[in-house]
Ligand binder design. Sequence first.
Ligand SMILES: NC(=O)c1ccc[n+]([C@@H]2O[C@H](COP(=O)([O-])OP(=O)(O)OC[C@H]3O[C@@H](n4cnc5c(N)ncnc54)[C@H](OP(=O)(O)O)[C@@H]3O)[C@@H](O)[C@H]2O)c1
Length: 254
Amino acid sequence: MNSFVSNQTLLGAHALITGATGGIGQAIARVFHAHGAHVHLSGRRTDVLQSLKDELGQRCDIWPMDLSDRDSVNSVIEQIKQEKIPLNILINNGGTNKNSLAPRIKDQDWDEVIQTNLTAPFLLCRGLFPVLKEATLGDQQGYARIINISSVVAFTGNGGQSNYVAAKSGLTGLTKALALEWASRSITVNAIAPGFIETPMTAGLDLQEWIRKIPKKRVGTPEEIAFAALFLADARAGYITGQTIHVNGGLCMV
Ligand SMILES: NC(=O)c1ccc[n+]([C@@H]2O[C@H](COP(=O)([O-])OP(=O)(O)OC[C@H]3O[C@@H](n4cnc5c(N)ncnc54)[C@H](OP(=O)(O)O)[C@@H]3O)[C@@H](O)[C@H]2O)c1
């Protein structure tokens, strides 16, 4: 069927989505699944992963993983390789913050935020590179996508989040470096930088203060991030690489 008239634009695709128990990750999983993809859901909370799997039914598997633990990440990479899962989309969405003014950030909180938001995405990109490369071979239509979920604060900075801002800025740099390395392999590497999105991560913030500064005068929805991811994941987005799509209601124009 002509993919221009079908909404099954991800039919045959296999997408690993980290942070699939969270607000944005669940939205990406639902949207990708609705567009025909086989979704591989990852997070720490297995009960939440299982209930999303129950909701989605077929074309869904779960891969519990702790992004702050190298062994856990490496063991999932090995399992995916052993089981020959034909992944062609990797969405590094899982993330965490441990906010504090810089002088008060504990070593442990610095390490956890960098490991979860930056080192784990690198380990997944590096470890799954052979799997993604495989997806691009053999068939003229083959392609692979890496989509990293960064943040508006990687571009604006934010006081009280130096660990998180450093990690997300690093993720933007990683996106560009891998895009250059892998452009000739039909693997595109892009990022999405959400502004303020209504999820558990922002539940404790005074959003009203931010809404006054956002030109759209509202926070974003997880589905608005999922739509940007769907666009980047599409086979027709093959000429876009090394880029960041900003989804922030006009808060920051880069
Ligand atoms: N919401 C926003 O306004 C906003 C803005 C900019 C960027 N972002 C980014 O968007 C992404 C998704 O965030 P969200 O808003 O959807 O937040 P969320 O609802 O809090 O979800 C965070 C996700 O990350 C996972 N996660 C956290 N630490 C983990 C660990 N050590 N190992 C494995 N998974 C871990 C959580 O899974 P478990 O709890 O199951 O482990 C959860 O699925 C994050 O990278 C975040 O930094 C969000």
